[in-house]
Write a protein that binds this ligand. Sequence first.
Ligand code: SF4
Length: 364
Amino acid sequence: MADLDKIASGCLHCPKAFCSLACPLHNPISEALSLYSKGEKAKAAELIYQYNPFPELTGALCERFCAKNCVKHRLGEPIAFSPFESEIAQYPDIRAKNEPTGKRIAVIGAGPAGLAYAYKLLLLGDEVTVYDAYPSVGGAIYAYIPGFRFDMGILDHVQKRLERLGCHFKLGHRVEEEPAGFDKVVYATGAYEANLAGFKLNERIQLGLDLLYGLKHGGLTLPLAGHYFVYGGGNVALDCLRSLARLGLDVTLVYRRSELEMPGDKEQLMLAEQEGAKTRFLTVIDKAEANILVLKQCELGPVGSDGRRAFKVLDGSEEKVPFDKLYLCLGERGKTLPGRTYIGDAVLGSSNVPSAIYSALSLD
Ligand code: SF4
């Protein structure tokens, strides 16, 4: 880990730490890197666990908001804290559990938010049962993230850590009615209502999430011939793109803004391109007609109230291209019912692992 030691020593310890401000968990990155560079790695771990119970998850999956906001970005050498989180996760969280409170809590959903909430309550001394319809913990991580991007053994490690704190799991158990006998039930049911952007799903037009699940768990096979398109710019789109490119398929990503504005992980995009994927930035899919996609060019406008640059579709820029499959990766919304308490993507919409964890830790 000599490289990490060198990177940690290169932290400028800015008085205003933009990295921590940008991190959804507000990890105290400067302080942790200071401890790490002095060889006090267990202490760095102790500090980080107070902000983030699952550095093994964020270390592997976070989009590295810290690095994007590091002042060393201008020098071309931003510090990403994620490799340190993965390293720190080798050290145990030594916080002791409080005395039992006698309170019994049910958490519905074993994704990052549900697990983080369970972890917090277990430390407080509550008795916690986590339910999930999937046979594993992880939620969307288990269901969709391809094995080439995430080591599923990490989920076993996370589950064992919770079990050591006394967590009960009911996995492979779909909750149809609110479980009885608990003082509180909290829902971490994720975001699964896909944005179809006016498209109708059929044989040719399908959801990117269904592709990822089918390839990972459903034994899905795809014909080698044909033109595959992925529509979107987030990590689901990039996972689809890489999955198809790695199968040797002719696949093109279509995204309405430029590469710079793309929310997905740039490293994954670079790998997808190395694996043979093509890209069409500043392009929208206006409509699909039988086996033809109608594409239109866009140009970027000023930054909008959401902090992102607007885009404008250019008149007269229509282009028709043949397609065999189009996978929509345009985001998902959560579904909530009144009177219930929700955390994570169920309320945030499809977000990211640290934001889901933070939403759980913020709930009393
Ligand atoms: S959770 Fe993400 S943004 Fe926060 S320190 Fe880790 S890699 Fe950086």
